[in-house]
Design a protein around this ligand. Structure first.
Ligand SMILES: Cc1cc2nc3c(=O)[nH]c(=O)nc-3n(C[C@H](O)[C@H](O)[C@H](O)COP(=O)(O)OP(=O)(O)OC[C@H]3O[C@@H](n4cnc5c(N)ncnc54)[C@H](O)[C@@H]3O)c2cc1C
Length: 171
C-alpha cells in the first residue's frame, strides 16, 4: 500500500493459485481492512492498474525468423522483484542489435544469437531466491524476513537487489 497524501495505491500480489476466492475478492477484502486507511473517504471511482507478471524467468525460445520476443512476452522480468521495465528496455536493445546484424548480413541464422537458454541460465540464482520467497507464506514469516532485511547485511543485500545495476545480465 502506498499513500502519497492525495492518492492511495492499494494492491495485492502473488501467484494466482494462492487466492482461492479470486484476485478481485482478495483486493476487495484487503481494501476494507488495509491498515492506516481508517476514516479515509472511499471514492466511487478508482483506477485499476493490474495484470499478470511473468516471474518464471526468460523463455528458452525467444527468436524465430518470424520475429523476436522482448519484455514480458519473453519473460524478461526479474523473478525475484517482478520488475520488468528495465529488463524490457535492455532486452529490446539487445534484440535490436541482433536483428540489425541479421538484416545487414542477410542471414536469418544470425538470430540464433538471441538465445533465451543463455539468458535464462543467468537467472538461476534469482529463480532459486523466488522459490524461497514463495515459501514465506505467513505474516509472521514475512515480518521476520523484514527484520533480517533491516540488519546491515540485509540492507546491503536489498540495496544490491533493488537498486543495483544488474537487473538484466545480458551476454
Ligand atoms: C501492477 C503492476 C505493477 C508493476 N510495477 C513495476 C515496477 O514498479 N517496476 C518494474 O520494473 N516493473 C513493474 N511492473 C512490470 C512492468 O510493468 C512490465 O514488466 C513492463 O511494462 C513490460 O513491458 P512490455 O513492453 O513487455 O509490456 P507492456 O508494458 O504490457 O506493453 C505491451 C503493450 O502491448 C499492447 N498490446 C497487447 N496486445 C496487443 C495487440 N494485440 N495489438 C496491439 N497492442 C497490443 C498493450 O496494450 C500494451 O500497451 C509492474 C506490472 C504490473 C502489472
Amino acid at each position: 500500500m502506498l499513500r502519497d497524501g492525495e492518492h492511495v495505491h492499494v494492491g495485492t500480489a502473488g501467484h494466482a493459485h494462492r487466492f482461492p476466492r479470486g484476485l478481485y475478492s482478495a483486493l476487495r477484502s484487503f481494501r476494507e481492512r488495509a491498515p492506516g486507511l481508517e476514516g479515509v473517504e472511499r471514492p466511487e471511482q478508482v483506477e485499476k492498474r493490474a495484470g499478470p507478471i511473468p516471474v518464471g524467468g526468460v523463455l528458452p525460445r525467444i527468436a524465430s525468423p518470424a520475429g523476436l520476443l522482448v519484455g514480458d512476452a519473453a519473460g524478461a522480468v526479474s523473478p525475484l522483484t517482478a520488475g520488468g521495465l528495465d529488463p524490457c528496455l535492455r532486452l529490446s536493445g539487445h534484440a535490436a542489435e541482433i536483428l540489425d546484424a541479421a538484416l545487414r548480413a542477410g542471414r536469418p541464422a544470425e538470430l540464433e544469437a538471441y538465445d533465451g537458454h543463455a539468458l535464462r541460465a543467468r537467472f538461476r540464482k534469482r529463480l532459486l531466491l523466488r522459490k524461497g520467497l514463495d515459501g514465506l507464506r505467513t505474516p509472521a514469516l514475512a515480518t521476520s524476513a523484514f527484520a533480517v532485511l533491516r540488519t546491515p547485511p540485509g540492507r546491503a543485500l536489498a540495496r544490491r537487489i533493488l537498486f543495483g545495476n544488474g537487473s538484466f545480465p545480458l551476454p
